[in-house]
Ligand binder design. Structure first.
Ligand code: TXA
Ligand code: MG
Length: 351
């Protein structure tokens, strides 16, 4: 295929190519070319201490990039690759340190997208790729989003259509004595435990986000996964993550104070807002604002909600609102990855 040849040529020349994956689009560079990898950090505006994931064509390739690979890594790779799982392993000495942010561990993943798998198989190397957004911003889930984020800074965008999963991969740390989940994703803790069974200490495997994050792991995660710091996945305009009742309070408050609010919620847009629209003139001016209220709904199904999430955030952000009001999703395992993204996107406005 012509487009894949073009992508390979550019990668070999040390250029950046945006690649589609099932999770989000990546900003790819030849992982063995330090100058190309440096460009990724520059274009994203990302600190070079924040390591990149290396994308591989298959699990056999793990041994080229990692050493002392535990059995659990093979079990997980065979069960979930190609797919939305990233494994942190001990770094092979041949991996340029710039890719791993100077650390002795390396993040590996085989993405599940036909174009990118074909690219990887034919390229033969590894492609280092973070999400193709500016540092701290919303990850792109279409080629158009990548264009909006990076413009001409990326030589080529391999357009593979909208991403099927829509949020970044689950990251499992396997380079130490205690494996644990560093980033929530669509592969859940129980699926990981099903595969690894007795190899993993259940209590240690998973430490929930923010409020329940143990201090020890929290500090650790902040050091080894700098991307897990707060204020991430963030829109430009202030985002508030609220329980339903609080959301309505803040909405009414914003109407009263003539502020522009937009909403992402499980609840349908209430009729009374339309009523105010129809009766503009008899009501104070502020009610006219209600017709500006862009109201999007979450899917009740966490999988579809994840797929739409970043697109919805971008849509709301583009309206240049004073407030983006988002209803907090349920505190259940299915919604954990979405809650994690929203808590970080909301920081520091909701806390
Ligand atoms: O779904 C995904 O994982 C997407 C697609 C493109 O594959 N990639 C992605 O990359 O989300 P990025 O760079 O946006 O997020 C990767 C996270 C960062 O928080 C980084 O700090 C962490 O993985 N990471 C990478 N290498 C690591 C390592 N050796 N140790 C700990 N954390 C690591
Ligand atoms: Mg990212």
């Amino acid at each position: 295929m012509k487009i894949i040849e073009r992508a390979i040529t550019l990668l070999l020349e040390g250029e950046l190519v945006a690649i589609p994956t099932e999770t989000v689009y990546g900003l790819g560079a030849d992982a063995k070319n330090p100058a190309a990898v440096q460009k990724v950090f520059t274009v994203k505006g990302r600190p070079t201490t924040n390591p990149l994931i290396i994308h591989l064509p298959n699990w056999d390739a793990m041994t080229d990039w990692a050493i002392d690979i535990p059995d659990s890594a093979y079990q997980l790779a065979k069960a979930f690759w190609p797919g939305p799982l990233t494994l942190i392993l001990k770094r092979h000495p041949s991996v340029p340190k710039i890719v791993t942010g100077g650390q002795d561990t390396v993040a590996l993943r085989v993405p599940n997208h036909p174009l990118t798998l074909e690219l990887l198989e034919r390229f033969k190397g590894g492609i280092a790729a973070p999400s193709a957004n500016r540092y701290g911003r919303i990850s792109p889930t279409t080629a158009e989003h990548v264009r909006e984020e990076l413009g001409d800074a990326v030589s080529y965008i391999l357009d593979g259509g909208p991403c099927q999963i829509g949020i970044e991969s689950t990251i499992v740390y396997l380079a130490g004595d205690n494996p644990f989940i560093l980033r929530q994703g669509s592969i859940l803790k129980r699926q990981i435990l099903n595969v690894t069974q007795s190899n993993f200490d259940t209590n240690n495997l998973y430490k929930p986000i923010r409020d329940s994050l143990s201090e020890e792991i929290s500090t650790f995660a902040a050091i080894i996964t700098p991307g897990s710091s707060t204020s991430h996945y963030a829109p430009v305009h202030p985002l508030f993550l609220l329980k339903k009742e609080q959301l309505f309070k803040m909405l009414l408050q914003s109407i009263r104070t003539q502020k522009k609010a937009v909403v992402l919620s499980f609840t349908k847009k209430p009729e009374f807002l339309n009523f105010f629209n129809q009766t503009v003139g008899e009501k104070p001016d502020s009610y006219e604002k209600t017709k500006d209220i862009q109201w999007l709904n979450f899917s009740n199904d966490a999988t579809s909600a994840a797929q739409q999430l970043y697109h919805q955030l971008r849509t709301l952000d583009k309206l240049k609102p004073d407030y983006i009001l988002i209803e907090e999703p349920p505190d259940t395992e299915e919604w954990l990855a979405i809650r994690d993204r929203l808590f970080r996107a909301a920081s520091p406005h909701s806390f």
